[in-house]
Every structure is written in structure tokens, then in C-alpha cells.
Design a protein around this ligand. Sequence first.
Ligand code: 5GP
Length: 211
Amino acid sequence: MKLNKKGLLIVISGPSGVGKGTVRKALFEMQGHDLVYSVSMTTRKPRVGEVDGKDYYFVSRDEFQNRIEEGKFLEYAEFVGNYYGTPLDKVQEQMSKGHEVVLEIEVEGALQVRQKVPDAVFIFIVPPTKRALYDRLKRRGTESEDVIRSRMEKADREFLLANRYDYIVVNDEVNNAADRIMAIIRAEHAKTARSIAGYLEMLESEDAKNE
Ligand code: 5GP
């Protein structure tokens, strides 16, 4: 029984290379949820296998900048030379239908959402160890040793932002991390502040039926 009729906004964030994307994908593969992924817009070129409208909306820099000026993003950030942003209209549309909307975004964007939507749920994904993060960046094989080092330094600064989040989830194993996120979402629904109005409404309509 769902007492909270308004959809939740769930923000999954964390340092670069921590495996946010993989955890998010595992979360969506789980059964019995009502989660909708918010497809971001980016100026980065598509990688092999990426599909426009599914992985990202791929747009030019000009188009992205026009959209910034028109206020069409819930948040946006520049990350390693490319823009990334969350289209506002899609998030609003899904939430008004009562869906749970999941954003998977880097930390700067997450802090913007914190300002604009304080009752969203903020989850910070961390690696089990710093070494694990280093190994992961190295395994990707896409960056030079210098870039990996600068990403590790950036991650060190980003770890300090963890206290701005509601939950910390350790990505020791992808499916475990996804399970923990699902448990968080369920617990958030049961929070009195989110569910009391729906429960009282249900009691009233029960009384009305019995009159
Ligand atoms: P990638 O290029 O590897 O797909 O993504 C780079 C980073 O951008 C990742 O940390 C990813 O979570 C983040 N990202 C993806 N979409 C968005 C978005 O809409 N806004 C922000 N702020 N970051 C995003």
C-alpha cells in the first residue's frame, strides 16, 4: 500500500570513477520498483553503443548554452570539458505522475539540487577503499596516469562533501550497493513526514464510506 502519493526525487552521486553508473543500472534491473531514470543532456560525444534519448540526449554546445539561458535545467555542471545537465520538464512531468525519479549526477550538480529540492533524497556512493577507486580508474584504461592522479586528488576533495548527503552507500559489490539504495528508498517512503497525509486521507475516506 502506497501512502506517499508524490514521487520521490532520488539523487545518486559521488566521486568520479566510483561506479555510480553501474550501481544505477543494477538498481534498475531489480524487480518490483516504480523508478524512472532521468536521462541527462550532454555535449560529450556518444561512446560506442550509447543511444541518443536512452543513455543521454546528445546536443551541441550552442544548444546546451541556449537551454541554460532559457532555464531549462534543474541543474547542470561542466565536467572534464563537457556540459551535463538534468532537463527540468521531464523530471517535473514524471514526479507529478507519482513516479520515483532517479538522477545519477556528479557532485557539483547534486549540490545545486540540494538547494532547489531540499526534500529530495541524497545518496553518496563511496569506494570501499581509495585503492579500489584507483584500480577502477586504471582498469577503465581511458585515462593517462597523470589524469588518474588528478582525478584521485579531486576525489579526495569530493569525499569531504559526503556530509552534505543523507546517506552513504559503499560500493563494495555492485548488487549490494543497489540493494542498499532500494532499502533507503523504501525507508524514505515510510517516513512519517512523507506518509502521514496519505494515511489520514485513507482513514477519512474509510469513515466516509461507513457513514
Ligand atoms: P560520463 O561522461 O562518464 O557518462 O559522465 C561523467 C560524469 O557526469 C559522471 O560522474 C556522471 O554521473 C555525471 N553526469 C551525468 N549526467 C549528469 C547530469 O545531468 N548532471 C550532472 N551534474 N552530472 C551528470
